[in-house]
Design a protein around this ligand. Structure first.
Ligand code: SF4
Length: 348
């Protein structure tokens, strides 16, 4: 069968509610470079079918940085690494609100509130985070997401009651590769937080980082694990090697391999939100607009935790040039995009 017939067959099947087998997923991730444009054309059909032509934009705020006890190989904030990443305790509410208003002014529809560390370290920090989340809910139109490390049921319940809608907690990589990336906590520890958040009704954002030495088959393993967990949104990050970290000498991914990864996740999780996040600028380079055609329907704009993103206006221009629009807030009901919360990027 010719490549475009094969991939169009896959897209027809998933648009009718079917799924791809692990073997078919492996074929996608091993697509020869010369066939990638057939692959992303089929993935684009799936994105449009389930997500329309609207894009979600989230903005990250690093509300507590560095000095982390964990040893994640990619992370500039680990105390096990010697990097230039800033170190500061939890920001005060007014500073967080200032960042939230800036995110709103940039056109973001979701604020992801991030803290470094294995989890929320004290009751005082938990109370301060809850207070800031409530203030963002009252004073902005932004959806609220938290990336706060490992959390138990009680902590998650308090955050939910304070107005947190989405919980971000990556599995980072495939289970079979996790021990190469982190030794201070386990893959199972991460899964526990994800399951607890699902039980409490959070919109769960859970993905990882590619280009850390995992095999193509391990990318498939990770996608299938996230399908099994029924997460709502998958952030796909592409390693931006940072000096001083264990992965500082890792090679960048080939842009066409990144498009295969995005397409794989769109085919395996066809109805979910697929977010192209950190490292897209440096790894995709001139092929960045193709991330939407490969299946992404969400992007982080502005700066990342410890690295600079590009000017958000360039992202808005790229989205408008592609004929796509931008969602307003209110999209955090799992799997839905409300017609009432849309605008076209042309009027931003
Ligand atoms: S990824 Fe999170 S848990 Fe791991 S070292 Fe960085 S801040 Fe710590």
């Amino acid at each position: 069968m010719r490549p475009h017939e094969l991939f169009n067959g896959y897209s027809e099947r998933v648009m009718q509610g079917g799924t791809l087998s692990p073997q078919e997923a492996r074929e996608i991730i091993e697509t020869p470079h010369e066939d990638v444009f057939h692959l992303i054309s089929a993935a684009n059909d799936v994105r449009r079918h389930f997500k329309g032509d609207m894009v979600d934009l989230c903005v990250i705020v690093n509300t507590k940085s560095g000095a982390c006890t964990e040893d994640c190989a990619f992370c500039a904030q680990s105390a096990h690494h010697g990097t230039d990443a800033p170190v500061y305790p939890l920001m005060g509410k007014q500073e967080i609100l200032k960042r939230a208003r800036a995110a709103e002014a940039m056109g973001g529809n979701k604020l992801c509130f991030v803290t470094s560390g294995r989890g929320v370290e004290s009751e005082d920090d938990l109370a301060s985070i809850c207070d800031a989340i409530s203030a963002i809910a009252e004073q902005t139109s932004l959806d609220r997401c938290g990336s706060l490390g490992s959390l138990d049921h009680r902590q998650l319940k308090r955050l939910r009651e304070a107005g947190l809608q989405s919980l971000h907690h990556n599995i980072e990589t495939a289970e079979s590769f996790f021990e190469h990336i982190c030794t201070t906590h386990t893959y199972e520890d991460r899964i526990r937080t994800v399951r607890a958040a699902k039980e409490l009704g959070f919109y769960v954002c859970c993905g990882g980082i590619f280009g850390m030495g995992e095999s193509p088959q391990q990318r498939v393993e990770m996608a299938l694990a996230l399908r099994e967990l029924d997460i709502d949104s998958v952030p796909l990050n592409f390693l931006n090697p940072i000096r001083g970290t264990r992965l500082e000498h890792a090679e960048l991914l080939h842009p066409l391999d990144i498009l295969k990864i995005i397409a794989l996740f769109r085919f395996i999780l066809p109805e979910k939100d697929i977010r192209a996040c950190g490292g897209r600028e440096r790894n995709l380079r001139s092929l960045q607009p193709l991330m939407y055609l490969a299946g992404a329907n969400c992007t982080v704009i502005g700066n990342y935790l410890t690295t600079q993103g590009r000017d958000y206006k360039e992202d808005l221009e790229m989205i408008a040039d592609l004929g796509l629009g931008v969602n307003l807030g209110g999209t955090l009901s799992p799997g839905t995009t409300s017609e009432a919360h849309k605008r076209t990027s042309g009027i931003l």
